[in-house]
Ligand binder design. Sequence first.
Ligand code: AKG
Ligand code: FE2
Length: 315
Amino acid sequence: MIVARMRARRGMRISEQHIDHLNEKGYVLVDDFLTLSELAECQAATARYFPSGLEILATPQRYAHLEKVASFPFACQVLNEVSTHPRLIDFLERVHGTTELRLGESALQAKYGPAVDAGAHDQFLHVDTWGKKSLLYPRDDGPFRQTFMIIYYSDVTADLGPTCVVSKEHTRDLALLTADRHTFRRPEDYPQLYQHEQPILARAGSVLIFSAATLHRGTAVTTPAGVRYAHFITYHAAAATWLQSLAWPSGDRPHPDSAALQRFLETGTARQREMLGFPAPGHPYWNAATLQGVSERYPGMDMTPYAEHLERRAG
Ligand SMILES: O=C(O)CCC(=O)C(=O)O
Ligand SMILES: [Fe+2]
């Protein structure tokens, strides 16, 4: 089968053809989304969280309690930058039809081969839109949609755990919940869906984008000591309050005063901060007192964009 994908030059804007493909098929792979230097930085950051398969095999005791997922805000700033990448935001604005966007999730994951992780297995085809991801039934249009993205930081070949997707063409008449109220489907019950699934083989630095109703699954890494590094990022329009938002103040996440979040807020742009719900320049929240207070709370933050709007309002 010919893999439906479009070539893009490294680090280019996500094109209208990509968006058309996403809307028609429910998924699109954007090859070489990251520039080579962005990719190299992300790979270096990933290496700070996760050892290679061979390193784990060499000293398994050291990694007996290895956490295979790390979440935003990251100690490595480049992962926060990629989570709010201006080219992703530009794409999301076009797809969601609004500039008011929210980061829903940003998690980095390592998936190892069977010599390293005996418990690793193929997933069943499923949609990601239930459980903690959404309170409601999904809508894949405009401000109602939820956009799922996976940026791969290692090459994904057939034996390195490709994500499989089923084009919308084959699922249009499918209820999202099965008769027994599951979001996943077993191959013995839905062999035709598994025949239609497309493994997404991708170079490191590419991003797979899909919609809430898109059937997909993770597959196991079969290279014994292989590993696949992937960054899962979701977004939605701020108005879609029923979709999963990054719960940065909650107990099991780093507190907002954590160094990583502080660094992201101080060094990111005002636009990047908005993705967490930080009020934009010109927002009615800003007045002389809040401007002063926020600048004291975040001494490294450039307050100019907020101050300029305030001056214009006053003037
Ligand atoms: O690992 C992958 O490629 C996809 C994983 C996935 O779909 C999930 O965990 O919901
Ligand atoms: Fe999934």
